[in-house]
Design a binder for this molecule. Sequence first.
Ligand code: PHE
Length: 355
Amino acid sequence: MQDHLQLKNEILQKINSSSDLNDLDDVRIQFLGKKGSLTLLMKQLGSYEPEKRKEIGQKLNEIQKDVLEAIENKKLVLRKNHLNKKLENESIDISLPTRPENQGRIHPLTKTMDEVVSIFAQMGFSVADGPDIESDYYNFTALNIPQEHPARQEHDTFYFNADANGDRKVLRTHTSPVQIRTMEKLKPPLRVIVPGRTYRSDHDATHSPMFHQCEGLVIGDNLNMSHLKGCLIEFCRVFFGVEDLPVRFRPSYFPFTEPSAEVDIGCSKKDGELKIGPGDEWLEILGSGMVNPRVLQNCGIDPNEHQGFAFGMGLERIAMLKYGIPDLRPFFESDLRWMKHYGFFSYEQTSIHQG
Ligand code: PHE
């Protein structure tokens, strides 16, 4: 009896002092393996009297059970220790200061384009595009600007060298050629806007040889000047975020629209600072008009069946007005200081709705 208790204590102590899983397994083999001392004792049971055998057998079974349980418990402890040690060694020092971060900005022009597109998208417009290098036909002729028309001079066009047929390609001077391309491709009713690059040979604080416009074209049945006005008044008020923004339609002339109107928005100047909104001054921001029947005909649309309106605006110009940017030239100079000042963070939400 005494021996058995001693043996049990010895085993439990060895289990307890194992310092890792290998150690623990050695202990198990030493006592419970094929030639382990506990195993041997069990093998000897057969040589006892039945009474004795039963008594000792029971004892040994109990010891074996306790030992196995102790091994399992120790295993859990050793595994946990092992994991903790690993976590400790591999821990990250989160108190270290971060490296200076270089967060990029959204260019004010990109921001403006996104805003314009989303406002018109909510009015049911889709986005169309066309090539920057345009034929004379799409840029001028189809838009009712024939060869000797004075409007051609006004555009300060960049011409390519003439090809074998004498045709000269141009860098498109406005996004209006995409009106023609769209009407050739799609059947009315249609509603598109065309944000894109345009080119004119002009360079000063308010003109850049490359700039951006957004064209708009709506063709349907029974469309008239009031549809044009409603659409553009809504756009101006939402874009500039001024609910009672005065919008004025001033008679004008474009060869591809008839009648034509230039659109002005109200503003005031106080201490040299410009404020968009009700005031006693006006700023011109876009050109518009009912699509000239000749243009419709050029695209195979019968003007007696379909009518529509078109408009075009300079995107840098409306960006400058909305965001108070005084000079156009830095838009294309990639100066990071300018971007830091006028750029936008990507997570900044634009509210295009009022109220
Ligand atoms: N294409 C004209 C411009 O560049 C703007 C415009 C577009 C006017 C559509 C009327 C209709 O000035």
